[in-house]
Design a protein around this ligand. Structure first.
Ligand SMILES: NC(=O)c1ccc[n+]([C@@H]2O[C@H](COP(=O)([O-])OP(=O)(O)OC[C@H]3O[C@@H](n4cnc5c(N)ncnc54)[C@H](OP(=O)(O)O)[C@@H]3O)[C@@H](O)[C@H]2O)c1
Length: 257
């Protein structure tokens, strides 16, 4: 039986990973802060897909929360085959308008938790000679914009580096870089997403389907959808000062992603 641990599994992209992996018969461990919501989601998945689903309440912005998930990942008696590091959030506002503590919390969830959970998971996976880690980054990783983009750029580079260093071990890592996805993300951050054009939105289940396809193909970085592959290609070719001007303007209108 395959066991998958998904962080941020109660909403948006994490919930879509949970549905998809449950549909493929995986046993699940769902991680988030809201226990009631976790239990409800777990029950729904058990009933719909007939798989075992555990809930693990943990706040990944705290050492205790990260440690609780680390110890589940390190439990050799209950091996984990797939880890999806997905939990994340946005802060509304530009640099100096966001309290520095909120920026540090973001780095804790997006970087420290991802590092420590990947470490715990891959150490156990390497002993068994198999396993997968999907780290959810963002197209923002390729844009010169604020702490959110910088944290996601770290996720991409970290995943690429760890993937190279674990090559041949049977353990594979992939960074997933979606563009705008309809989830609770923007609303939770208090961002006004009404100006984002319809064509720019991605469907959450299609994002997850693209991620699973790209993982199967052995990609280390997955950018779902041609529209966003073009954005990333353009970002790589355009001088960063010019791209910074354009993307900062867009960021002020639509908020970070
Ligand atoms: N939506 C987009 O446009 C978009 C685009 C690119 C990348 N992403 C990335 O995709 C990932 C998922 O975002 P989403 O759009 O699905 O957001 P979402 O709908 O707001 O869901 C976020 C999930 O993360 C959990 N979470 C948040 N903070 C947490 C913490 N401190 N500890 C544990 N769990 C926490 C939330 O549950 P609780 O509140 O119960 O903890 C929830 O389950 C994030 O990493 C985000 O940066 C999103």
């Amino acid at each position: 039986m395959t066991t998958s641990v998904i962080t941020g599994a109660t909403a948006g992209i994490g919930a879509a990973f949970a549905r998809r992996l449950a549909g493929e018969g995986h046993e699940l461990v769902l991680v988030a802060r809201d226990t009631k919501r976790l239990e409800e989601h777990a029950q729904e998945l058990r009933q719909r897909y007939g798989v075992q689903v555990q809930v693990l309440t943990a706040d990944l912005s705290t050492d205790e929360g990260i440690a609780a998930v680390e110890s589940r990942l390190a439990d050799r008696a209950k091996p984990v085959d797939v880890l999806v590091n997905n939990a994340g959030f946005g802060n509304r506002g530009t640099f100096l308008n966001v309290p520095v503590d909120d920026e540090l919390t973001m780095l804790k969830v997006h970087c420290e938790a991802v590092l420590r959970l990947t470490y715990a998971a891959t150490a156990a996976m390497r002993e068994r000679g198999r396993g997968f880690v999907i780290n959810v980054a963002s197209v923002a990783a390729f844009l010169p914009r604020g702490t959110y983009a910088a944290s996601k750029a770290w996720v991409v580079r970290f995943t690429q580096g760890a993937s190279r260093e674990l090559a041949g071990s049977g353990v594979r890592l992939m960074a997933l870089c979606p563009g705008f996805v309809r989830t609770e993300f923007h609303q939770r951050a208090g961002m006004d997403a009404s100006g984002i054009p319809d064509w720019a939105w991605l469907d959450v289940d299609k994002v997850v389907a693209a991620a699973i396809r790209d993982l199967a193909c052995g990609r280390v970085v997955s950018v779902p959808d041609l529209r966003y592959k073009a954005v990333v290609g353009l970002a790589k070719l355009t001088p960063s000062a010019l791209f910074a001007r354009v993307s900062t303007k867009a960021g002020r209108r639509f908020g970070p992603r």
